[in-house]
Design a protein around this ligand. Sequence first.
Ligand SMILES: Cc1ncc(COP(=O)(O)O)c(C=O)c1O
Length: 380
Amino acid sequence: MWKVPLFNFVFDKKELDAVNKILHSGWLTMGEASKKFEELFSRFIGTKHAIAVSSGTTALHLANLALGIGDGDEVICPALTFVAGANSIIYTGARPVFSEITGLDDLNISPEDIGRKITSKTRAIEVMHYGGCPCDMESIEKIAKDHGLYIIEDCAHAPGAKYNGKRCGSIGDIGTFSFYSNKNMTTAEGGMITTDDDGFAEKARLMRSHGMTSQTLDRHKGRSFSYDVTELGFNYRIDEIRSAIGIVQLEKLEEANKKRRELDRAYREKLSSIKGVKLPFGKNPGTSAHHIMPVLLDKEINREEFMGYMKDKGIQTSIHYPAINRLDLYCNKLGYDNVSLPITEAVAQQEVTLPLYPSMGNKAVGYVCDSIAAYFTRRE
Ligand SMILES: Cc1ncc(COP(=O)(O)O)c(C=O)c1O
């Protein structure tokens, strides 16, 4: 349908063979492949533990629970992120407190505003590395240390991203990843939690599977005959099919991210001369995972008309994100109507996400950029 879709994934014989092997192995639910996926992922990120789960959302929920966040607590997070970031805090009984983003050049959470939002109830800061570009973690770590707060890193956009020589997901107390199908690596649905802390890892593992002290595989292997339940847990498990896909996708991640980086560079070169579009994240520190290609349209441009024009050209675009504090649930039902975040809300009105995926190629980037240039020439 699209000449240039927003994202695309390419599976080859490696994923097919890996899935085929599982289908013939006699074991489908969380087992040896999941364990191997966790081991490889923790080695890649550089944390002691990795816990594979059913989605990025369940990873976020368990991360909050593992830190002991619950009723009466506050967690500071951005409103310019996917709603799961805030929802997962609410699931625990805690309240998300939205912090501004840094500015039009840096769409990540603002350390300065985090400082302003801290109260006696604040327990943690949940950051999101927007588009794969690392947040200002030095400043955020300092704030967290000064106030005795935990840091959760939502790395849904940032698998492979680096900051001061460390991978995102290994900087804060706990990291979360999503392997949803539009992500830099995918298992269709899936997620991961990363941490160095033995206690957080143990709690996340327990809560992932009903708070049970032994797993089905343990009983299958004769390692255990029964189980106890020590916490009110969930079924947030991954399975062997997804883990097998994840192992192959992880192998391909760095090469895929390199291609994303080259495409990002090509976009920046071509778009820099077009008045009317601004490119955030030109000067951020660290190495981005280049999950998406966000641009900001000038205020006088009608975004819907622009996206419609791009659609007519066969180019799929998207928005990252509507401001969470302005969503009906938050604004009208959860009492966030008086929360004002002028920069976040301005970006939420102006942002358009252009296509970006490793197999895209420079020709498609050229087509997208020429189409944008033609749109602005037409308006002059
Ligand atoms: C920033 C962010 N956080 C969390 C999530 C939730 O991940 P999932 O869709 O795997 O539940 C997503 C995914 O869409 C995301 O983009």
